[in-house]
Ligand binder design. Sequence first.
Ligand code: NAD
Length: 472
Amino acid sequence: MGLKIACIGAGYVGGPTMAMIALKCPEIEVVVVDINEARIAAWNTDKLPIYEPGLLEVVQTARGRNLFFSTDVNKHVGEADIVFVSVNTPTKTRGVGAGKAADLTYWEGAARVIASVSTKSKIIVEKSTVPVKTADAIEKVLRRNCTDPNVQFEILSNPEFLAEGTAIEDLTMPDRVLIGGKDTESGRAAIATLASVYEHWVPKDRILCTNLWSAELSKLTANAMLAQRISSVNSISALCEATGADVQQVSRAIGTDSRIGSKFLNASVGFGGSCFQKDILNLVYICETVGLAEVANYWQQVILMNDYQKQRFVERVISAMFNTIKQKKIAVYGFAFKKDTGDTRETPAIDVCRGLMADGANLCVYDPQVEASQIYQDLGTEKFEWDHPSPRSRPIAKSAIDIAMDPVSAANGAHGICIMTEWDEFKHYDYEALYESMVKPAFIFDGRNILDHAKLREIGFIVYALGKPLDP
Ligand code: NAD
């Protein structure tokens, strides 16, 4: 075997990215380590801890050959030539910068472990999304905690651009691989070493090399721009509803302009996932700390618009259903933040469900990938225990939530169906049969604009679709 790679953090990024490197580079030993024993145990079975199309096949090919999952962090980090750090970098929940700044506790912890177990020089790769200038801080932690004077650390920024749900596709043919490093002899050598790993399958012209700070900031900027695009089209969806324009027609019309492009122009109930909001808040915080209040305010609007869209959706459901949803059963189709993942972090479904429950609705949620226990946990309560105080700010009325194992029982006896996730299977249900089983008038609120609204209206549904006129 040649190089040895260790990756700290076996999550949505560490797992798939390392599996891809191991698949494409059979001569490199790749060990993914994590302190979460259950997660590592799951990576060593065929019931992987995350759902991602195509991932199991990649893992099965490389696992046991040159891909390993272990809880022995010290051993594998100590032996590695390259250490990727792919730990979580959530938003700080208390203290200075609470609610905005990135919490680098896990990153700093990982750096201290690296420093304490290293007996040979290493390349340290920032895979997590971190604030610009993090490499500076990490370098200090590494240098001051490593007792062996012969050990050198070269830090690179190699942010990950994969999207959940398409991770394997994105990793197989990335738009680009970004590597930031220092413009010194050792910095250039480290960049070349990391680039040589990716060159096993990524065309050279897709490997971009920049300075450290540009690479760190590019990741935050990419997520901010993607989220901004969603908020922009969502703002227009509100205007469409007020004026009679159709947001899908507007998106198609503007998307054909090559300067704008057609991707990421679907109006929806809002963006979710663990990254967009967290990374924008992080960007806002960085701007504030360097005295750029106007720039901070500019990016803050992207989040405000996202919150507004979720709230608007809830208000539309309530007003369409004659301003009362108390004790009405409403089916919620989809809870994951997007299709082809079971991830519910920051999913818009949480705020929408809580908004509907606050008005007294009885929800019945169906998602093809999300476990019932996860949904109860996300909604801040156990089943039927609504008297308990909620960890979120919005008050919850005494209400009920149930989880269905199939779409038919979710809709049975319901007054309405809310589409929260764009799962393909939702397009192919027998809506005539669902309609028959529902209370009339039966409503569909399409939070993703994925259904055939004309056909649904023919069946008898009253349809609300984002950015389109409401049924009379
Ligand atoms: P995750 O929470 O799924 O995984 C992080 C893992 O790190 C956890 O399993 C945790 O136990 C482990 N960990 C934390 N500290 C550790 C330590 N000291 N030693 C060993 N293991 C430790 O997070 P994720 O979704 O994989 O995201 C990781 C990073 O990548 C974040 O910075 C995120 O912003 C970024 N990112 C995420 C995505 C995405 O789609 N999820 C995409 C691009 C970038």
